[in-house]
Design a binder for this molecule. Structure first.
Ligand SMILES: C[S@@+](CC[C@H](N)C(=O)[O-])C[C@H]1O[C@@H](n2cnc3c(N)ncnc32)[C@H](O)[C@@H]1O
Length: 326
């Protein structure tokens, strides 16, 4: 949302999660180009993990979750296809869905050059057609699950359940409850940049966070102030925290069984990624999924409200090379 400085001063003191603000522009072409650079960066693990870590994740998914059997995989929020291409090299066919145009273009180009059996779809994963009984494994990693409104998260699980084969596996890598709370409780901060992730022009980025303890939701607000014009662009984002028990219940209610928790996508502790853990469930073919809110398969124009991860802010700071002020 576009504002001016007076609007910024008069802003609502306590925002409602998922209501306020425009989307974080994952799917805005210029933003997605800038973000793509960060996905591919080997200097940090903030937009995507660095190659070495991804290799280990892929090895665990292939060996432990799929038993090395050639499988059909659905990668939701696939970014630039860094997992998909590696999984394909291990004999799997992969469909990746993401609403970042630059990421999907990059993934398609890489797949074409490698002659890889991967399909990349530019779409919102809440609405993309994922079909029925198609995939042996579906993954949604790097904490993106927490970002969705709980109704959308539940709807995604139901759609994945439908899209999986009768004993297909879902893999969610989520933020720990503590990590979400820390995000919500983070202090207000700002930095100045000559051009970076949020804007190619000189700007200030003001960030304020909120934690709603009863609802276990963190809210983040970003105000990008153009240094020349003073124009303000607001982004807002929210993140739902889940306890392990809540996630187990959610998976059970959406038709998954044999739910297991893993400390990381390595299968063991990964000290560098302690804010995340992994929950795996198996489609329970005997069960009918809950009858919560239904979603409709529609063609997607890629537009939607979304948040930008705290990590990306950190990455913006790293990338812009401007010290953070308190
Ligand atoms: C943190 S990145 C992780 C990318 C990739 N999974 C990886 O680990 O390299 C999250 C990705 O989810 C995508 N994303 C977020 N919300 C989405 C939505 N509603 N529909 C499609 N893609 C979405 C973003 O564009 C971004 O590429």
């Amino acid at each position: 949302m576009r504002m001016n400085l007076l609007d910024l001063i008069a802003r609502q003191p306590a925002p409602e999660p998922w209501i306020e603000g425009e989307k974080i522009p994952w799917n805005e072409p210029a933003f997605s180009e800038r973000m793509l650079r960060e996905h591919l960066s080997q200097a940090h693990d903030l937009a995507s993990r660095r190659s070495e870590r991804i290799e280990r994740h892929v090895e665990w998914i292939d060996r432990v979750l799929l038993g090395g059997n050639a499988s059909a995989i659905l990668d939701l929020g696939c970014g630039p296809g860094l997992y998909a291409l590696r999984l394909n090299r291990r004999g799997h066919t992969v469909t990746g869905i993401d609403f970042s145009p630059a990421s999907i273009a990059y993934a398609r180009q890489q797949a074409a050059e490698a002659g890889a059996a991967c399909e990349f779809v530019e779409a919102d994963i809440r609405r993309a057609k994922v079909g029925v009984d198609r995939f042996d494994l579906a993954m949604l990693i790097f904490g993106e699950f927490n970002v969705f409104h709980p109704d959308d998260a539940r709807a995604i699980l139901r759609r994945v359940h439908e899209a999986l084969t009768h004993d297909g596996v879902i893999v969610l890598e989520v933020h720990t409850l503590d990590a979400v709370r820390r995000t919500g409780e983070a202090a207000t901060s700002w930095y100045g940049s000559n051009g970076g992730l949020f804007s190619p022009k000189p700007h200030l980025l003001l960030t304020e966070n909120f934690w709603l303890p009863e609802r276990q939701i963190a809210i983040e607000r970003y105000f990008v102030i153009d240094a020349e014009s003073g124009e303000v662009t607001r982004h807002a984002a929210a993140m739902q925290a889940y306890s392990e028990e809540q996630l187990r219940t959610l998976l059970s209610e959406t038709g998954f069984a044999e739910v297991t928790i893993h400390p990381s996508l390595y299968g063991v502790d990964d000290v560098g990624q302690a804010d995340f853990y992994v929950i795996v469930g198996k489609k329970d073919g005997r069960r009918t999924v809950d009858d919560g809110r239904q979603t409709t398969d529609v063609d997607d124009d890629g537009a939607d409200n979304e948040r930008l991860r705290k990590d990306v802010i950190q990455q913006a700071l790293l990338f812009d090379g401007i010290p953070r002020a308190g």
